[in-house]
Design a protein around this ligand. Structure first.
Ligand code: FEO
Ligand code: CA
Ligand code: CA
Ligand code: CA
Length: 635
């Protein structure tokens, strides 16, 4: 989510929500970065995946890259940056909208009203706002799309109100219903995908849907409330950002900036210990949920915030199933949950905590995945660890246990996870966004989107944020992508080797480290990598959520975009440019791999878009299908 934009427009601050391996003490930052970028060749060539495709990355761009080679086998002419209010894809590709904010999922629902922008009732039976992470599931011939609806743009949803905010109880109902997860069957007719109204799969999961609390925190005193004295059942999920999918066919929705919905009717209420680290405050930030739902009033129900900030597991093919909050995966501002398997079949989940100076985590299940077996509760118990990066390119996963953290119990670690990670000296990161694991080799990548506080200010827990390691630039405006290769090729290994896949920047404006790494040039430059996923062929798709001013430090970068990266060569090409003031986030594919689905989130968040309908229409977050005109696969 665009924290600055949200703060400006909605008064809801969602994002407040060392040296590199320094070979020469006198080297400039750029020289050190260049040395690191060059060293990628050595990193990659230690593996069989390297071979003939590798070449030396030069400071001026991709030396030796042919003019129109397919990035990792997908042939396209890169698109130029632009500021258009539409989607731009390469020649030979096409796009269309699949489902938008406010589209009714049942035939009884009201059509979207561009003037009033819906009611509580219409929103409860419609696709939610601000689509983010998504995954497509197949049930025989049926295609079922699960999509996070991260938040709402108050100024857009409540454009019918002078205040631009919810004013009535029904406004608050509408606002809540815009959040959560939409599960919707989609189908293709004459090459065009659309939602299937009245499908038995269709479901809205909202901040009011009952969920089971599982894992170490289940039943702990900190989880007990007046409505749930056992601490085992919570209501709802909200601010679901990135996602995950499991090999056993479930969907993972990740609760990110959950804190911004709580407030206190008593302005003098003394916030419990631990609230500060998670940004839970007494002031309402515009959503006003506590005015109609007392559980969001922390002075009355101080344990409620302990019941949010988790990964939620959902069975998208069973609309009657109760979602499960997986506390074993920790409580923080979850970005996504990238699931892979260890050599012995245990489930490994990589997890980023998207806030300035927070951490990167890994969960390894106790149980082992077996195809066709009972895998339903593999995410209920396991070991949560946090990453510590060393400047020499090595790193370690530090387990979070009562012994390592000094905390009382696994339950407490599952609830106050940030405190636990601080206690073991985890590496403060430049806002970890999505993690993606390469399907072709044991390595994983994480977008570190940006961090204006790097080298300037500690994180919310007081941990220092020195410049260095995978966070090499002070006041980092552009972001970078770190990757690691677990030792022994096993994602359950305790140690790893890391490097930076790309350091974003603007080489047309800067000649120092802000120009970015060698694989960034005037034709592919971008800022703030966020969404990240590998396709089935091992190509790396990079989505951005950054500054779209197109001036100053960001001159020539245009709207937010999606790029395609080759993990073997480092080559990056711009594949798509989104409409004005959007973020491109969320990605999944049809079963035949001939359609790629992506999310266009918050077009016009500052008032300058009418995407997708144009004219005077309200801007609407949308799921978009992208196909090849020749009918070939796209991932
Ligand atoms: Fe919801 Fe970190 O993006
Ligand atoms: Ca972001
Ligand atoms: Ca977002
Ligand atoms: Ca994000």
């Amino acid at each position: 989510m665009r924290d600055d934009a949200v703060a400006a427009r909605d008064a809801v601050s969602q994002g407040d929500a060392g040296d590199m391996n320094d070979p020469h003490a006198s080297a400039t930052d750029f020289e050190r970065l260049a040395a690191r970028a060059m060293s990628r060749r050595g990193f990659l060539c230690g593996t069989a995946a390297c071979g003939a495709t590798a070449f030396v990355l030069g400071a001026g761009g991709m030396v030796g890259a042919p003019a129109r080679a397919g990035t990792a086998g997908l042939d396209f002419t890169p698109v130029a940056a632009n500021g258009l209010d539409t989607i731009t894809v390469p020649e030979g590709f096409s796009w269309h909208v699949v489902v938008r904010w406010g589209d009714p999922l049942w035939s009884g629902g009201a059509a979207f009203d561009h003037a009033k922008r819906g009611t509580g009732e219409s929103q409860e039976s419609a696709f939610g706002d601000n689509c983010d992470g998504m995954a497509l599931f197949a049930d025989g011939e049926k295609s079922v799309l699960a999509v996070n609806n991260e938040y709402v743009n108050l100024g857009i949803m409540f454009a019918n109100r002078e205040s631009g905010k919810p004013e009535t109880a029904d406004d608050v109902r509408k606002c809540k219903a815009g959040h959560g997860v939409s599960v919707v069957e989609i189908a293709q007719a004459h090459g065009v995908w659309g939602s299937v109204q009245d499908s038995p799969y269709n479901r809205r999961i909202t901040p009011d849907t009952p969920m089971e609390i599982t894992g170490p925190a289940r039943g702990h005193d900190l989880m007990k409330t007046a409505a749930d004295p056992a601490g085992t059942t919570a209501l709802g999920t909200w601010n679901n950002c990135g996602n995950g999918r499991t090999p056993w066919g479930t969907y993972l929705a990740c609760e990110e900036n959950f804190n911004g919905y709580f407030s206190s009717s008593d302005p003098d209420f003394a916030l419990p210990a631990g609230f500060k680290r998670y940004g839970i405050k007494t002031e309402d930030r515009g959503y006003r949920w506590a005015t109609t739902d007392e559980r969001f009033d922390v002075s009355k129900h101080p344990n409620e915030p302990h019941r949010a900030g988790y990964v939620v597991e959902i069975d998208p093919l069973d609309p009657a199933s109760m979602p499960k909050k997986r506390t074993a995966l920790g409580r923080f501002k979850h970005e996504n949950a990238e699931v892979t398997l260890a050599a012995d079949g245990r489930v490994v989940v990589y997890l980023g905590d998207d806030e300035r100076g927070e951490f990167l985590y890994r969960f390894v299940s106790d149980g082992v995945y077996t195809e066709g077996g009972n895998n339903a509760d593999l995410l209920e118990s396991g070991m949560l660890s946090v990453a510590r990066f060393a400047d020499d390119g090595s790193g370690a996963w530090v387990p979070l246990t009562p012994e390592t953290t000094g905390m009382m119990s696994r339950a407490e670690i599952s609830i106050h996870t940030r405190h636990a990670a601080s206690a073991v000296g985890a590496t403060t990161m430049d806002r970890p966004e999505w993690v993606a694991a390469n399907p072709n080799k044991a390595e994983a990548y994480c977008c570190l989107t940006n961090n204006k506080n790097r080298g300037v200010k500690p994180n919310a827990g007081g941990d220092l944020t020195p410049v260095g390691g995978p966070n090499p630039r002070e006041k980092n405006k552009y972001g970078q992508i770190v990757r690691w290769r677990p030792d022994g090729g096993d994602h359950a290994a305790d140690t790893f080797a890391w490097d930076l896949y790309v350091i974003a920047g603007n080489p047309t404006v800067h000649a120092d480290a802000r120009a970015g790494s060698a694989n960034v040039n005037a034709d592919n430059m971008f800022n703030s990598p966020d969404g990240l996923a590998f396709d089935s062929r091992g190509r790396l798709w990079i989505q951005t959520d950054g500054k779209y001013s197109d001036e100053g430090d960001f001159a020539g970068q245009g709207n937010n975009m999606m790029l395609l990266g080759d993990p073997a060569t480092g080559e990056i090409r711009r594949f798509l440019v989104g409409p004005r003031e959007c973020e491109v986030t969320g990605i999944t594919w049809s079963a035949d791999r001939k359609t790629m689905f992506i999310g266009i989130q918050h077009p016009g968040e500052r008032g300058h878009s009418h995407f997708p309908e144009g004219g005077d229409a309200a801007p609407r977050s949308s799921v978009v299908a992208i196909t090849r005109d020749d009918g070939g696969p796209i991932g």
